[in-house]
Design a protein around this ligand. Structure first.
Ligand SMILES: *Cc1c(COP(=O)(O)O)cnc(C)c1O
Length: 477
């Protein structure tokens, strides 16, 4: 017979796990940011099969220290500057722990009323503190929902757009015409993936050219592509505009793009996965100008707003369209609350049926930090990036490769691609920092993205000193 962990044993082991996490955070800055072990090292260190007899939690904790943490990329490390940040925080972890302990499935309102209602209120709270357009609030025809990721948000938006563009026929007969999606050449790869899954095919995505200076979508090029497709008998279904592109944080001009979408009846989805969080600060809201023209919008609190993965906040202007596109009602889910029409069933707003109680971690984060605390976090990131960018600009071996309105700085060595790539290898090889790269205008470019709550001036300064001294070696040959 299985021996379950009783509440007292859980309490004891649980405190030990919390202690372990707190120790991990305390010692994080002293660890190498990434592992230097070759592929297969972790798998080779693990036994071939699970134990026949159960073991205490302490045995697993000991193995975490020897097998797992030395072979991780430490995303919460103060020297982690790669990709975009994927923040977590104490309150987020605790909220998630409560969610795990409750083990509630929030697919329907009826399967956990508070799970649904807290989520609706949290998304309204977020819309309020970011000053998002009224149309996204649950008090009107729109509303918000938590998706696992921006990728899922784009997929769901694409399905809503196909439903609209086909006059509802998509639901019954699938893809029976050539529907088209549009995004800039800088749009995220998840847009192409969504198009493939939705049946448009990757050729169904039209890459729209960008301004070479700002790297933002050119509205005239969007209009030309839409008109060419219409002339060929294709149906423009969705435009995905980006606030804060992944490569360089370029901001597409929403007012012009929104006007074009309105003119042709095309769904506008705005992907602000990373940079959306900036809108909690009034001085950064310029990036969201024109958002009132969007049919849907998303950003990831799990990137830059201190809420652990997974948490993407997704809003639609017309929830009716989305629900119509995605609802399926088998007999075993029928219930009086759903039939009354008075409740939200979030399963109709996403691809899976089941869903975790993710609003809890958001609630814990919003209450712990307060709006003031969230703003301070964003402002710290922006200020640190700016501090770093000033160092880059002042050293004539280096150049900035793009504007840096948020907390990402793109830069390179004037000596060229090979030197820049060698520089990245060198600084990452120190184990003190971790940066990643992109290409801007075809040229190899380093990216430094600030966002860990542990990152302070000293860490950004250390990154610069490592780069500046490695640059001497690299440029000298
Ligand atoms: C990170 C990112 C995504 C993907 O985010 P997930 O939440 O991991 O799916 C999509 N779009 C942009 C602009 C991003 O920066």
């Amino acid at each position: 017979m299985a021996e379950h962990m009783d509440p007292d044993e859980f309490r004891r082991a649980g405190y030990a796990v919390v202690d372990w996490i707190a120790d991990y955070w305390t010692t994080l800055g002293k660890r190498p940011v990434t592992s230097q072990d070759p592929p297969g090292a972790v798998a080779a260190a693990l036994p071939a099969s699970p134990p026949e007899h159960g073991e205490p939690v302490e045995a697993v904790l000991a193995d975490l220290d020897t097998l797992i943490t030395p072979r991780l990329t430490h995303w919460q490390h103060p020297g982690f500057f790669g990709y975009f940040p994927a923040n977590t925080s104490g309150p987020s972890v605790l909220g998630d722990l409560v969610s795990s302990g409750l083990g509630v499935q929030g697919m329907l309102w009826a399967t956990g009323p508070a799970c649904t209602e807290l989520e609706t209120v949290m998304l309204d709270w977020l819309a309020g503190i970011m000053d998002l357009p009224e149309r996204f609030r649950s008090t009107g025809p729109g509303g918000g929902v938590i998706q696992d990721s921006a990728s899922s948000a784009t997929l769901v938006a694409t399905l809503g757009a196909l439903h609209r563009a086909s006059g509802g026929r998509w639901r019954a007969v699938g893809i029976d015409r050539r529907y088209r999606a549009y995004t800039s050449t800088q749009g995220h790869s998840s847009i192409e993936k969504a198009a493939r899954i939705a049946g448009l095919g990757e050729d169904g995505v039209r890459p729209i050219e960008v301004d070479p200076e700002t790297l933002a979508m050119r509205p005239a090029a969007l209009r030309a592509a839409i008109e060419a497709d219409r002339a060929a008998g294709d149906v423009p279904a969705i435009v995905v505009a980006t606030v804060g592109t992944t490569s360089t944080t370029a901001v597409d001009p929403l007012p012009e793009i929104g006007a074009i979408c309105a003119e042709y009846g095309v769904w506008l989805h705005v992907d602000a996965a990373y940079a959306g969080a900036a809108a909690v600060c009034p001085e950064l809201r310029w990036s969201h100008a024109g958002l009132e023209l969007a049919d849907s919008y998303c950003f990831d609190p799990h990137k830059w707003l201190l809420t652990g993965f997974d948490c993407d906040a997704f809003w639609v202007a017309d929830r009716g369209e989305l629900i119509e596109a995605l609802t399926v009602m088998p007999e075993f889910l029928r219930n009086a609350a759903t039939e009354s029409g008075a409740v939200i069933d979030y399963r109709d707003w996403q691809v899976p049926l089941g869903r975790r109680f993710r609003a809890l971690k958001l609630w814990f984060v919003l209450r712990w930090y307060g709006v003031e605390g969230l703003r301070a976090h964003i402002r710290t990131g922006v200020a640190l990036a700016d501090r770093f960018a000033r160092r880059v600009a002042a050293d004539d071996r280096f150049e900035l490769a793009a504007p840096h309105p948020f907390s990402l700085v793109c830069f390179r060595l004037r000596a060229g691609d090979e030197a820049s790539a060698a520089l990245l290898d060198r600084v990452n090889g120190t184990g003190r920092v971790h940066l990643t790269h992109t290409r801007v205008g075809g040229r190899y470019t380093l990216r430094l993205a600030v966002g860990s709550p542990l990152t302070a001036e000293e860490h950004v300064d250390e990154a610069w000193e490592l780069l500046a001294s490695a640059a001497s070696d690299v440029v000298a040959g």
